[in-house]
Ligand binder design. Sequence first.
Ligand SMILES: Nc1ncnc2c1ncn2[C@@H]1O[C@H](COP(=O)(O)OP(=O)(O)OP(=O)(O)O)[C@@H](O)[C@H]1O
Ligand SMILES: [Mg+2]
Length: 302
Amino acid sequence: MKNPNSIDDVQAMLSQTGYVCGRALATVVFLSLKLGRPLFLEGEAGVGKTEIAKALAASLGRRLIRLQCYEGLDASSAVYEWNFPAQMIAIRTAEADGNADRDLLQRELFGPDFLVERPLLQAMRPDENGPPVLLIDELDRTDEPFEAFLLEALSDFQVTIPELGTIAAPEPPIVVLTSNRTREVHDALKRRCLYHWVDYPDFAREVEILTAREPAIAAELSREIVAFVQALRTEDIFKKPGVAETIDWAKCLLALDVVDLSPEVISDTLGAILKYQDDIAKIQGSEAARLLEESKASLAPG
Ligand SMILES: Nc1ncnc2c1ncn2[C@@H]1O[C@H](COP(=O)(O)OP(=O)(O)OP(=O)(O)O)[C@@H](O)[C@H]1O
Ligand SMILES: [Mg+2]
């Protein structure tokens, strides 16, 4: 599919994959595609940051390439590695055969057959469906040297492999970076990108998301679920539930054939929305009952 022509187009395109996208997010996505700038998304856990890259790739019909960041991630795991075991076998075989043309062997050993391409290099390869979507997920988990390296890779979309030369992307990939903001990402990197803070959706949008993801759920129950989760987010708890938790919880309630929220049902299933024992202990019982009453009152018609 070709790139969207307007912000409305972006919303329509993403909604086909079940991704519900507000105006502000649709605007940065549109601009990022139009201007060819990386999209940098920050936000709480489970609010749909990773999912947008998947939705973009699916709706544009592009390949999705994911670089999952972690502490200690270095350039070689992100760009390329030489297949060391295969190189060793090739050397042994050449030795055993007695045909040790050293120069030829060396050239072969550091040629395409022994190159293991990692996500950044994969993303620079041409693709018949158009440039891929490169998701650099949870960037805040890496360290600053890797960020500096990334900054360079993202600025010219080429990598140099000493033994092979420089490989440049014929067309730059669509880049989406995400961060949970466990630390600040460097300004220099942010400056290259279009930035958007992905917030918890408001009530109406969260109901829309839930309905898109779990069409089987009854309208009234989905409103109760969302109202309760939204009320829960206003509480002083350690880890607030994201949209992912809302959807998970709804799945659990569907599996239990729940038609209406009650304090008992909530207490029994809190583990689907709260993942810390302290939070569960705090909310279970009378607090859950109070929140439920409050959230149901907020739903009352009129
Ligand atoms: N706007 C949305 N439209 C549709 N589904 C959504 C939306 N936001 C979140 N979801 C659902 O929530 C789930 C979690 O989203 P996702 O994994 O993208 O969160 P995240 O922001 O990357 O979280 P984390 O920081 O924990 O990685 C997804 O599987 C998706 O189904
Ligand atoms: Mg994520």
